[in-house]
Design a protein around this ligand. Structure first.
Ligand SMILES: [Zn+2]
Length: 278
């Protein structure tokens, strides 16, 4: 998982470093669940220009969200679907066009927009919030309440029993797809407790030997997936019928349809397959 955990991306969160004059920016144009990409021949790219490639009156919001190499990365929220040569692609599917580095930045852009739109008014007194420019904080000018972009930790775990892995199916999954189990961390709970609780709640299996593997921001809408491995310790599979409608032990020879390669779920399954082959 080493290369996955520490990307070699040139992306930096810091917007305040001095950049050369007249340097083009990367423009992350978002509207609803789509990112608008620039078509160059057969390929789609994140637009890289001095100015936003869009009419000023279609821009609802903009701010710098980091730098990539010598270029600022700017998020642009559009107030309408633009009538331009740019091509809308769903954020999930854009990975195939723009690759992991830019997909991760686009995910950050999407999370920041969601946070901004979910915190227009103070949750404590209702006053309109104001955004800081030096860092990502929205503050209430009336009562001083402030928020950072929301991040919701979720645990995701492979559970191994002999030469089989536990995979389950959520009713939300595409036909025939199974994946490792996952769930949100509750207030007051350790990550390891959340791992054990989710497996017990969803399929009634006891586990042991819970080991941290890695993490992945998952911007649908604002999760941080924290991945673990664990070993079977007891029990028979009994699905909860709500979060999980079917679950089973799968060996490498009889694997079902699996999640996409970009997800940490798939990386957990691939890691198990690699160790199994050793
Ligand atoms: Zn307030």
């Amino acid at each position: 998982m080493q290369d996955f955990l520490l990307s070699n991306s040139q992306f930096q969160l810091n917007c305040n470093q001095a950049l050369p004059d007249n340097q083009p920016c990367f423009w992350f144009l978002l509207h609803k669940d789509s990112i608008y990409l620039f078509e160059n021949g057969e390929q789609l790219h994140v637009p890289h220009f001095l100015e936003p490639p869009i009419a000023a009156n279609t821009i609802a919001y903009t701010r710098c969200i980091g730098t990539f190499g010598k270029s600022a990365c700017m998020v642009l929220e559009l107030n309408t679907s633009p009538d331009t040569h740019l091509v809308p692609v769903s954020l999930r599917e854009s990975h195939a066009h723009i690759g992991s580095d830019f997909w991760t930045i686009a995910g950050r852009a999407s999370q920041i927009l969601r946070w901004k739109n979910d915190h227009k008014h103070c949750g404590r007194c209702g006053t309109e919030m104001e955004e800081e420019h030096s860092e990502l904080i929205r503050k209430c000018p009336q009562c001083g309440f402030f928020t950072y972009p929301r991040i919701s930790p979720a645990v995701i775990m492979s559970v191994i029993k002999d030469d089989a892995i536990l995979l389950g199916r959520s009713p939300r999954f595409p036909n025939g797809m199974f994946s490792v189990l996952a769930g949100f961390v509750e207030a007051g709970e350790t990550l390891e407790e959340a791992v054990a609780r989710e497996v017990k709640e969803e399929v009634d299996i006891d586990i042991c030997d819970i080991q941290y593997i890695g993490s992945q921001p998952w911007p649908f809408p604002h999760s941080l997936m924290v991945a673990f491995t664990a070993r079977y310790a007891g029990g028979e599979i009994q699905v909860d019928g709500r979060e999980i409608e079917d679950a089973n032990w799968f060996t490498p020879a009889d694997l079902p349809r699996l999640p996409t390669k970009i997800s940490i779920a798939r990386k957990l399954i691939d890691l198990w397959l690699e160790e199994h082959d050793r």
